[in-house]
Design a protein around this ligand. Structure first.
Ligand code: FAD
Length: 260
């Protein structure tokens, strides 16, 4: 992104343009690097699409495409899938009415001060948090399995996330601890806390955008009520964080600016 193209945005809001761009990048670029997909990566891809269909609060046109992709994957029982075949569904060559996926990336709140910073990794974190929050507030009966979204995320990262070093690091970090998640609210907080561990590790790293320094999130200016002090030490107010995340990632607060 050059200085002229900079899109003015509100740092305390989620933008649909970033979320749709994360879908573009994950499905067309990351999944697209696999000529064929089979075995565990194929079932990981199916699980990822299923949670997107269930919990992504997308525009109707995007949701129709995701539904069409899910049905196509379900009906496809060959043990091996060619990406070129999947791509035809992404391009809606199957002609589902009023269905489309974005065919370009457009970063808004995930813009970096240089092209090497932010963008996709920022948007995919946003997407993942949104999915955990939506699952926790879904009206499905019976209530979703608290691990459904987290497992889909972890399997996606393991098999498709293009930063394989990041994927390995993440897998090692979370190994074992997911079994402590026993409720939908704890799945939301689990991902929030893991992301903060990553933020802490990467603060000051060469990958950090100097215009967007890594902080323990949400910082006090965004959520004063989330912070407390206990015996002179910083303490998070978990119930307030849950409330904050519910509002921050609520579908009706997602801004629709800069969409095509
Ligand atoms: P991000 O950390 O990408 O966050 C995006 C947005 O999410 C923030 O702007 C903020 O609004 C919100 N947010 C921040 N923290 C939280 C939180 N705790 N809970 C909820 N929302 C939050 N990069 C590396 O260089 N090395 C790695 O090992 C590495 N591992 C990664 C592992 C995973 C699974 C992922 C998805 C990414 C990884 N990355 C890694 C990328 C890195 O975490 C950042 O995504 C990237 O540096 C861009 O940072 P950012 O400033 O845009 O904010």
């Amino acid at each position: 992104t050059t200085a002229e193209e900079w899109r003015v945005f509100n740092r305390s809001r989620v933008y649909m343009a970033d979320l749709e761009s994360s879908l573009y990048y994950s499905l067309r670029v990351e999944v697209g690097t696999h000529i064929t997909i089979s075995g565990e990566p194929l079932s990981a891809l199916k699980a990822y699409i299923t949670v997107l269909v269930k919990y992504f609060p997308g525009r109707p046109v995007v949701m129709k495409l995701l539904h069409s992709l899910e049905s196509w994957l379900k009906s496809h029982d060959d043990p091996e899938l060619k990406y070129t075949a999947l791509e035809r569904v992404l391009d809606n060559e199957v002609q589902t009415p009023d269905a489309a996926l974005p065919n370009a990336e457009r970063w808004v709140s995930c813009q970096g001060s240089k092209p090497c910073f932010r963008g996709y990794p920022c948007s995919v974190w946003t997407l993942f948090h949104l999915l955990t929050v939506q699952a926790a507030h879904s009206t499905y009966t019976p209530a979703p399995d608290p691990l459904e979204v987290l497992q889909a995320i972890l399997r996606y990262i393991k098999h498709f996330f293009s930063c394989s070093y990041c994927a390995k690091h993440f897998e090692d970090m979370v190994a074992g601890s997911m079994s402590q998640v026993d409720s939908l609210p704890s799945s939301v907080l689990w991902l929030w806390s893991k992301h903060n561990i990553v933020n802490e590790r990467l603060a000051g790293d060469a990958s950090e955008d100097p215009k967007f320094p890594k902080v323990l999130w949400p910082p006090p200016d965004l959520c004063p009520q989330c912070h407390d002090e206990l015996k002179g030490k910083h303490d998070w107010k978990m119930d307030r964080i849950l409330e904050f995340l519910k509002v921050y990632f609520s579908p009706d607060r997602i801004l629709q600016d800069y969409l095509e």
